[in-house]
Design a protein around this ligand. Structure first.
Ligand code: ADP
Ligand code: 5GP
Length: 190
């Protein structure tokens, strides 16, 4: 049986990766598989090519656009492209895995439209912009100007929340993890 699609979107720093990693590590029964996107940004911290992303140059990214390798792609920040690789997702779905996508809000809405009822879209909402700034500073992986780019974009991204199937407010992490778990388990059992 083909797997289903679970889309996560949120302003950067909301805690999306923290929640996704917890679901994947602690809830193997969900049979989740992460779809590795392609990006033209530089790796940060301990990120490795082929683990968090496939890291390519902007030129290589543009070539892949021309070759129609992407299900969707966005220039999320100036000259920083991110895209979902068609071949990745289709291969995982065919194996019966439930594919987890971590994409920006526009990509999230496009993928939901594409997969319809086969997809659940989840929006992770930070308690406030101030808390978002604190988390990005606390994470310590981005330069101050990159953090400012991310904060500037956050208000625009927050306006997309009502378009998602479900909104999880990540104030207390444990509560947010439980809410995400229950929603996803319900969706997969439907
Ligand atoms: P995203 O993937 O959305 O960019 P991360 O998962 O990297 O965000 O989280 C950003 C930072 O906030 C990390 O340092 C993470 O440990 C921290 N964080 C995540 N959830 C919470 C929470 N509920 N309360 C406080 N800090 C959190
Ligand atoms: P980061 O630089 O923090 O890893 O990601 C920045 C933003 O790009 C996040 O909102 C993340 O969800 C988004 N993103 C990552 N991969 C993709 C993708 O394949 N497509 C789209 N549209 N956005 C993506």
């Amino acid at each position: 049986m083909q797997g289903k699609v679970i889309i996560f979107s949120a302003p950067s720093g909301s805690g999306k990766s923290t929640i996704i990693n917890w679901l994947m590590q602690e809830h193997k029964e969900l049979n989740l598989a992460f779809s590795i996107s392609c990006t033209s940004r530089q790796p940060r911290g301990t990120e490795k090519d082929g683990v968090e992303y496939f890291f390519v140059t902007p030129e290589e990214f543009r070539k892949r656009i021309a070759d129609e390798e992407f299900l969707e792609y966005e220039e999320v920040y100036a000259d920083r492209f991110y895209g979902t690789l068609k071949a990745q997702v289709e291969k995982q779905l065919a194996k019966g895995e439930n594919v987890v996508l971590d994409v920006d809000v526009k990509g999230g809405c496009n993928i939901k439209k594409f997969y319809g009822d086969k997809a659940l879209s989840v929006f992770i909402q930070p308690p406030s912009i101030e808390e978002l700034r604190n988390r990005l500073n606390g994470r310590g992986t981005d330069a101050p100007e990159v953090i400012e780019d991310r904060i500037k974009r956050a208000e625009f991204e927050l306006s997309f929340a009502p378009k998602f199937d479900c909104v999880v407010v990540n104030d207390d992490l444990k509560n947010a993890q439980q809410k995400a778990l229950e929603t996803i388990a319900d969706f997969l059992n439907k």
